[in-house]
Design a protein around this ligand. Structure first.
Ligand code: SF4
Length: 696
C-alpha cells in the first residue's frame, strides 16, 4: 500500500483487471502514475488507464442535475431538490397507477460492490420492485451460469493470475486480452518463456492470436462443435484422464456418447478449423502436465453461450485439467466490477452474497439484514434485454432509473431499445456526462467519478480491491450512494439506508455471510494491508481463497458436473440476403459504450470512429476500398462506418467494435436472441450484408 500525503493508491476505473495505479496531484489536477508494487499489473497500464484522470476535470462533465422542461421539452439545469422531488413524485405516480413493478432499475458492471449492493437494495426495499437488472447480463451471464452448473460456484478465475505461467498449455477461446487488457499479457509472455504454449480460438487473427503458438480461426458460432471435436480426439488418442473423471466428476458417460459423433473431418466442416490443427490443439492440451482453458465473450455472448462454455469446461474436466494447481477453466471478466457486480444483488434473480431471490432461507437472511419482513422482498424480475424490450408496454416498466449504463449504445438491437426508452413515462439517468441514454432522460443526475469516492471492486481473479478517494467530487456532484439514499428518504424508506461506503460495505459483509460469495471476513483495512482479499472469506481470521476447488468442487457432493450439451448453430446463419457473419467486440483505445473514453482526447485520436473489418477478398467482391464509408445491414437495421481491410479476419466474417454512437452503432445490428439459461443476447454472431454507402 503506497498511499501518502501526496499520492493516492487506487485502481483504474475501466476493465476487470483493475490495474493498480497512483493518483498524484500536479498543478491542481490529478494525474496517473504507475504503482509497480501492485501484484496484478505490476506497474503496467494500458492507454485507457494512463489517461483515466483526464475526465475528472473534463469540461463536458455534468455539474448540476438536469430536468426536462415541461413546456419547451429541453433539458435544463435544476437544483438537487427539484430533481429528486420530481423523481420521487413520478415513481410514486407510476407505481400507484400501474403497480410496484412498473418502475425498473438498470445498473452497471462498473459500479463498486457498495453501489451494486445499494442499488439492489434500493430496488427491492426502496421501490419494492422486482424489476432490476444490469448490463453485466450482457457480459458475464453465460460464464456465470456455466460455472454454477459445472462447479457449483461462479468466480471468473478460480486461481490468481500468478498461476498462469505455470500452465504448460493454455487454450484461450474468444478473447483478445492482448488488445483489450494488455498488462495481463505479461503472465502469458512468462508462460511462453517457460516453454508453455498458447492456443487461441478466434474468428480473427487478433494481436493475441498472433502471439499464440496455434490459432484456430473458427467460424463464428461453432464454439461447442470445436470443444466437442477436441474432446473426441482426446478420447480417441488416449489423452483423457479417467482417474480424475472417476474421482472428481459425474456425468461423463452421457457426454462421451454425444462427442462420439464429432469426428475430426466433420468438425473441420462445421468450424472451418483444419483437422491437423484440431489434432495439434488436442495433443498440446492433453499431453501437458498442467493446462488451462480460458473463455471470454466470444463463446459466451451467444444464444448458446452457456452450452458453449460448458463444452469447454467438459474438455478441461475430461483432460483432468481442473481442481489442480496451474490447471482449470476460467473466464476473463470484461467490465471493471463484472465479478462483484453480479454477486451482490443487482441481477434480477439474485440477492447479496450470491443468494437466490427465490430461496426462502436466502430471502430470510437478507431480509433480516435489511430490517424488512421477508415477504416484502419481491421475487425475480426480468432479465436486462427483456426488461428493456418491454419498456412502455402494458406489462413492462413505465419508469426506469439507469445508473452506470448507456444502453442506447450497449444494448443489442439498439434502435429498438432507443424506441422503447422514448416510450417510457419517465426516465432517470445518473451518469458523469450526458450520455446517449441520458440525452433521452426526463431527469439527469450528475454522479461522482471513481477517484472521488471510496468503495471496493472485485477483479477478474475474485480479489476484492479498495478504491480510495483522491479528491472530493466537484460542487454540485453527488455520489451514487448519496443519490440512492436521498431518493429512499423521499420514498419514505430513508431509515433503512445510508450513503457511507464503509457502512454499506459492513452491511454487505453481513448480508453475504454464509452465502456463496462470502465477504464477511473482508474489511477495508485488510484489503489495504494485503493488496486485496480473495473471496470467499468467511470470517475475520480466514485468509481468503485465492485457489478454489483444489480439494473439492462447490457442488453438494464435491464433484464437478459434465454436461452433455449438443452443438447447435447460431440463432441466425448467413443466407442469400445476408451472406456474411457479423461479430462485435472491443478495441484497445476505447471502452464499452465509450461514454468516457470517447471524451479522452488521446483515446479519440487513437480510435476516432467506428469501422468494420473486412477481408480484402470479400471487399474486392463487394467493390469496397480501404477507408471507404460503407453500410453494414442486418435484420435489425443498418449502420454506417468506414471499411478497414485486413487479411486477419475470415473472408466470411465482418467485425465491428461497439464503442461508437449514432449511425456507427454496431448494436443497431446485433441479434437479441437470448440464451435460455443466462438470458445473454447473441452479440457475437448474426447474419449481415455489406454495401457501398451509395448503394445502401
Ligand atoms: Fe485499466 Fe484495464 Fe487498461 Fe488496466 S488493462 S489500465 S484496468 S483498462
Amino acid at each position: 500500500m503506497t498511499t501518502t500525503e501526496t499520492e493516492t493508491a487506487t485502481h483504474c476505473p475501466y476493465c476487470a483487471l483493475q490495474c493498480g495505479m497512483n493518483l498524484v496531484p500536479r498543478n491542481g489536477l490529478l494525474t496517473v502514475a504507475p504503482r509497480p508494487d501492485f501484484p496484478t499489473n505490476k506497474g503496467g497500464l494500458c492507454q485507457k488507464g494512463w489517461t483515466a484522470a483526464d475526465l475528472l476535470a473534463h469540461p463536458e462533465r455534468l455539474r448540476t442535475p438536469l430536468v426536462r422542461d415541461r413546456k419547451c421539452g429541453d433539458l435544463r439545469p435544476a437544483t438537487w431538490d427539484e430533481a429528486l422531488d420530481r423523481i420521487a413524485d413520478e415513481f410514486t405516480r407510476v407505481q400507484e397507477r400501474y403497480g410496484r413493478d412498473a418502475v425498473g432499475v438498470f445498473g452497471g458492471g462498473g459500479l463498486t460492490n457498495e453501489k451494486a449492493y445499494l442499488l439492489g437494495k434500493f430496488a427491492r426495499v426502496g421501490l419494492r420492485t422486482a424489476n432490476i437488472d444490469y448490463n453485466g447480463r450482457f457480459c458475464m451471464a453465460s460464464a456465470a451460469a456455466a460455472g454454477i452448473k459445472a462447479f457449483g460456484l461462479d468466480r471468473g478465475l478460480p486461481f490468481p493470475l500468478e498461476d498462469i505461467p505455470g500452465a504448460e498449455a493454455i487454450l484461450l477461446v474468444g478473447g483478445n486480452p492482448g488488445e483489450t487488457m494488455p498488462p495481463v499479457m505479461q503472465y502469458f509472455d512468462e508462460q511462453r518463456r517457460r516453454g508453455g504454449s498458447l492456443i487461441v480460438a478466434d474468428p480473427r487473427k487478433t494481436p493475441t492470436a498472433q502471439a499464440a503458438a496455434l490459432h484456430l480461426q473458427l467460424t463464428p458460432g461453432t464454439d461447442a462443435a470445436l470443444a466437442h471435436g477436441l474432446l473426441h480426439i482426446a478420447l480417441r488418442d488416449g489423452l483423457v484422464d479417467h482417474d480424475f473423471i472417476a474421482a472428481r466428476t459425474t456425468g461423463f458417460e452421457t457426454l462421451r456418447r454425444v462427442v462420439a459423433s464429432y469426428w475430426p473431418d466433420r468438425v473441420e466442416r462445421m468450424t472451418g478449423v483444419p483437422v491437423a490443427q484440431l489434432q495439434e490443439a488436442a495433443r498440446r492440451l492433453g499431453e501437458a502436465r498442467t493446462a488451462m482453458i480460458l473463455s471470454a465473450r466470444g463463446p459466451e455472448q451467444q444464444s448458446r453461450g452457456v452450452d458453449n462454455t460448458l463444452a469447454f469446461i467438459n474438455l478441461a474436466l475430461a483432460l483432468g485439467k481442473a481442481g489442480r494447481p496451474h490447471c482449470g477453466w476460467g473466464t476473463i471478466t470484461g467490465q471493471g466490477n463484472g465479478q462483484g457486480g453480479r454477486e451482490h444483488g443487482q441481477k434480477a434473480d439474485q440477492l447479496p452474497g450470491y443468494r437466490k431471490i427465490d430461496n426462502p432461507e436466502h430471502r430470510a437472511h437478507v431480509a433480516a439484514v435489511w430490517g424488512v419482513p421477508e415477504a416484502e422482498i419481491p421475487g425475480p424480475g426480468r432479465s436486462a434485454y427483456e426488461l428493456l424490450d418491454a419498456m412502455g408496454t402494458d406489462d413492462g416498466v413505465r419508469a426506469l432509473l439507469v445508473m452506470g449504463s448507456n444502453v442506447v449504445v450497449s444494448a443489442p438491437r439498439a434502435g429498438h431499445v432507443e424506441e422503447r426508452l422514448r416510450a417510457l413515462d419517465f426516465l432517470v439517468v445518473a451518469d458523469l456526462f450526458v450520455s446517449e441514454t441520458a440525452a433521452l432522460a426526463d431527469v439527469v443526475l450528475p454522479s461522482a467519478q471513481w477517484a472521488e469516492e471510496e468503495g471496493t471492486m472485485t477483479n477478474l481473479e475474485g480479489r476484492v480491491l479498495l478504491r480510495r478517494r483522491a479528491a472530493p467530487p466537484p460542487e454540485g456532484v453527488r455520489t451514487d450512494a448519496e443519490i440512492l439514499n436521498a431518493l429512499a428518504g423521499r420514498l419514505g424508506r430513508g431509515h433503512l439506508f445510508t450513503d457511507d461506503p464503509r457502512a454499506i460495505f459492513d452491511e454487505l459483509r453481513r448480508a453475504s455471510a454464509g452465502g456463496a460469495a462470502d465477504y464477511s471476513g473482508i474489511t477495508y483495512e485488510r484489503i489495504a494491508r494485503e493488496d486485496g482479499v480473495f473471496w470467499p472469506c468467511p470470517g475475520d481470521g480466514h485468509p481468503g481463497t485465492p485457489r478454489l476447488f483444489l480439494e473439492r468442487f462447490a457442488t453438494e457432493d464435491g464433484r464437478a458436473r459434465f454436461h452433455a450439451v449438443a452443438y447447435r448453430p447460431a440463432h441466425e446463419e448467413p443466407d442469400d440476403e445476408f451472406p456474411l457473419y457479423l461479430t462485435t467486440g472491443r478495441v484497445m483505445a476505447q471502452y464499452q459504450s465509450g461514454t468516457q473514453t470517447r471524451r479522452v482526447a488521446a483515446l479519440r485520436d487513437a480510435a476516432p470512429r467506428g469501422f468494420v473489418e473486412i477481408h480484402p477478398t470479400t471487399a474486392q467482391a463487394f467493390g469496397i476500398a480501404d477507408g471507404e464509408t460503407v453500410c453494414v445491414a442486418t435484420r435489425r437495421g443498418d449502420a454506417t462506418v468506414s471499411a478497414r481491410l485486413t487479411p486477419t479476419i475470415r473472408p466470411d466474417t465482418l467485425f465491428m467494435p461497439f464503442h461508437w454512437a449514432g449511425r456507427a452503432r454496431a448494436n443497431l445490428l446485433t441479434n437479441p436472441a437470448l440464451d435460455p439459461a443466462s438470458r445473454m443476447p447473441e452479440f457475437k454472431v448474426c447474419a449481415a450484408r455489406l454495401g457501398r454507402r451509395s448503394e445502401s
